[in-house]
Design a protein around this ligand. Structure first.
Ligand code: NAD
Ligand code: MG
Length: 480
């Protein structure tokens, strides 16, 4: 894309990772081929096949659950909590030591910019293990009852947008609370989970405590519906979340669902415009907009609408879209061809329904899956681009006149995961926040994550919280 400044290429080295031609399932501390038909994972920036990965059948999932049960009953459940904590600390340190390798592998398999995998995904994944390592021997002080007990085996299914980070969000609290896990990564991004399996071996984690079964939706279904799984944790689409809720209903399984979102990012007329523009960009273009809590609906006070939109377009003109391995890249590739098609379909609906589309000048790479950063103005709340989750770099701009109208429009969604507020007045921020039906509200920032802070949704964004003291409750028995 054209840009204000030209930079020399600054590619990260691919030789930091050794990608094997094929990978197996990680069950009971060993890798094996599994009995399903292997799948190929590609680099979405080039369409190059990176590796062939085993697929777990129902029988493979059953072996993994049995290994997890044995490890829970014989080793991990009875272990002194302080000793469990030591394993978690060891995993956290290994993630740090191998951070560059993880970042490069994540970028190759997912398409996200190396700057993000290096500065956000991998450090936050390590932070989740450090944070939960600290909880392992202090659970009776978490306010969840005097002697909280683990549930047993957790079946966990995660999406492709933050492959390693979502793994950390799932595995760290499960292990810290004394559970064992069977985790299924997304079919387009299995590689960092398999590198994590190597880290588990390096950390001498007892076999069966963490099992990783790769595959697509069928494998996920086998994990969540296995009768010997005590806890199901899912992050992904609302549609699949609903089917999981149905499958789990009437069983004793405990369930947490982290689903989609359509967050409002509210800019009041007293907000510092340049700072707000940075937050808008971070809200919707971070990770190509493949973010469940992305600030995809911009609500701007009418009197500053033109000024904010003009500043935003100027800023978007400086974003660098292209090779994710280049350290100067701001927007990488769309994760898969089906996801690109979903984005195109919703953008076409925006055009057809009469919103005004704006995209910066410039060419996209010829190979791979790409979409330009896109801003729609003249959006009405009834438009599909104002209601449906695009899960791509597409912003819908709407206006409001009064604070009450901002709140009404922000809450006019079937989702409720996150929101943002831009204002110089602390009192306005606090009064608005209290009226928003969203699990996370950011003030004068956006897309900030921290393991100490609970994350989760209202309404169709799901239920349960991940992170913080609250996130531990999902993995413990009792009044928790
Ligand atoms: P998805 O929900 O189909 O996939 C998420 C995970 O669930 C993957 O690991 C997948 O293999 C697994 N899965 C699929 N069907 C399953 C089933 N029946 N039982 C158990 N597991 C199953 O999401 P997707 O198709 O990759 O993306 C579709 C849309 O979902 C996106 O456009 C986006 O709106 C949304 N999404 C949201 C998040 C999020 O973080 N909340 C993440 C990814 C996708
Ligand atoms: Mg891939």
């Amino acid at each position: 894309m054209t840009s204000l400044f030209e930079y020399a290429p600054a590619p990260e080295s691919r030789s930091l990772v050794d990608i094997r031609p094929s990978y197996g399932l990680f069950i009971d501390g060993e890798f094996d081929d599994g009995t399903g038909t292997p799948l190929k994972t590609v680099n979405p920036a080039t369409e190059e096949v990176l590796s062939e990965v085993a697929t777990g059948s129902t029988e493979d999932v059953d072996r993994a659950v049995r290994a997890a049960r044995r490890a829970f009953t014989r080793v991990w459940g009875p272990m002194r909590p302080a000793d469990r904590g030591k394993y978690l600390f060891r995993i956290a340190r290994l993630l740090q030591e191998r951070a560059r390798e993880f970042a490069v592998l994540e970028t190759l398999d997912n398409g996200k910019p190396i700057r993000e995998s290096r500065d956000v995904d991998v450090p936050l994944a390590a932070a989740h293990f450090f944070y939960h390592a600290g909880w392992a021997d202090k659970l009776e002080h978490a306010g969840l009852g005097p002697a909280p007990r683990p549930l047993g085996v957790a079946g966990q299914v995660i999406p492709w947008n933050f492959p390693l980070l979502m793994l950390a969000w799932k595995v760290a609290p499960a292990l810290a609370t004394g559970n064992t896990v069977v985790l299924k990564p997304a079919e387009t991004t299995p590689l960092t989970a398999l590198l994590f399996a190597e880290v588990c071996r390096q950390a001498d984690l007892p076999p069966g405590v963490v099992n990783i079964v790769t595959g697509a939706g069928e494998t996920g279904r086998a994990v969540i519906s296995h009768p010997d799984v005590d806890k199901v944790a899912f992050t992904g689409s609302t549609e699949v979340g609903r089917s999981i809720a149905r499958a789990v209903a009437g069983t004793a399984k405990k369930l947490t669902l982290e689903l989609g979102g359509k967050a409002a990012n509210i800019v009041f007329d007293d907000a510092p415009v340049d700072q707000a523009v940075e937050g808008i960009v971070r809200g919707i273009f971070f990770n190509q907009g493949h973010v469940c809590c992305a600030g995809s609906r911009l609500l701007v006070q009418e009197s500053v609408h033109d000024e904010v939109v003009a500043a935003l377009q100027r800023r978007i003109g400086t974003l660098r879209v292209g090779d994710p391995m280049d350290k100067n890249t701001d927007l990488g590739a769309i994760n898969s061809h089906p996801q690109l098609e979903r984005i195109r379909e919703l953008v076409a609906a925006g055009d057809a329904e009469g919103a005004q589309r704006w995209q910066p000048e410039g060419e996209l790479p010829a190979r791979g899956y790409w979409f330009k950063p896109t801003v729609f103005t003249d959006v009405s709340p009834a438009h599909r681009i104002a209601r449906d989750e695009v899960f791509g770099p597409v912003l819908s701009v709407m206006t409001f006149r009064t604070p009450d109208e901002a709140v009404a429009k922000a809450n006019n969604t079937t989702y409720g995961l996150s929101a943002g507020i831009w204002s110089e007045k602390g009192s306005r921020i606090l009064s608005t926040t209290a009226k928003l039906r969203a699990g996370v509200v950011w003030a004068n920032t956006f897309n900030e994550f921290d393991p100490t802070s609970p994350f989760g949704g209202y309404k169709q964004s799901g239920y349960g919280r991940e992170g913080g003291r609250q996130g531990l409750a999902a993995y413990l028995k009792g009044d928790a």
